[in-house]
Design a binder for this molecule. Structure first.
Ligand code: PEP
Length: 237
């Protein structure tokens, strides 16, 4: 493998306690990382500081969403980018399909979040996708989402796209490989500078096959990131 691959590990709203975080961090630290991978661990905000201070330095730490506010202010319940940055985050997911649904985010909200990242040291991983696996892939929708990322690139911001078909997330069903190649190829045809990773039920069962897809720049892994045995296979491949 010649190019550096990006592996995003999304813990989602896990684990339940700091004691469990400690165990997970110890397990992560025992894994000898493959230097061909850049591994970013996306943890709940409340664990950011602990994870950054205790995870070995080869790992990068990120947040799972960015708020709509910068700096400080009277915005009870909000967390600003500068705050997550100060406790060790270097990246953040933006517009994960679960976050879009829970927080009822529009494309306008996503653009606002990207704008906030522009003024910070946080690199966004913009999550885009479409509905269920049985749905026709809506390339027009994907194009609208990708345009936000290309505008971001134009203004010299670093950005990564995570292509995540919603019907693949947490279902054990990976999108057909031909479809992954088609959509990722389409995204890169809009701007060949974009790095695109795939997310949706990536595990040790399918990583060997997924690694054959040359056009991919890496993966965003949810459920499997909490199971260090599986993680070891993925990261040391
Ligand atoms: C995700 O949370 O982005 C994800 C892809 O989840 P999973 O790997 O569990 O499908």
């Amino acid at each position: 493998m010649s190019k550096l691959k990006i592996i995003g590990l999304n813990w989602k709203m896990n684990p339940l306690t700091l004691s469990e975080v400690k165990v997970l961090v110890e397990q992560y630290n025992q894994i000898q990382l493959n230097p061909n991978y850049e591994v970013i661990v996306f943890v709940p905000d409340c664990y950011l500081r602990y994870v950054r201070e205790n995870l070995k330095n080869e790992y990068i730490v990120g947040a799972q969403d960015v708020g709509n506010y910068n700096g400080v202010g009277a915005f009870t319940g909000e967390v600003s980018l500068q705050m997550i940055c100060s406790v060790g985050a270097q990246y953040s997911l933006v517009g994960h399909s679960e976050t879009r649904k829970i927080r009822n985010l529009s494309e306008k909200d996503i653009i606002q979040k990207l704008d906030s990242c522009q003024n910070s040291n946080i690199i966004p991983i913009l999550c885009i996708g479409y509905g269920q696996l049985s749905d026709q892939i809506d390339l027009e929708l994907i194009k609208v989402q990708v345009i936000s990322a290309t505008k971001y690139l134009e203004s010299n911001g670093e950005i990564i796209i995570a292509f995540e078909p919603v019907g693949s997330i947490g279902t054990g069903k990976v999108l057909e490989y031909d479809e992954i190649i088609r959509v990722v190829g389409f995204i890169k045809s809009i701007d060949s500078r974009l790095k695109v990773i795939y997310g949706g039920s990536v595990s040790d069962q399918n990583i060997n096959n997924l690694n054959q897809i040359d056009i991919l720049d890496g993966y965003l892994i949810g459920g499997a990131s909490l199971k260090p045995k599986i993680l070891k296979t993925v990261l040391t491949h």
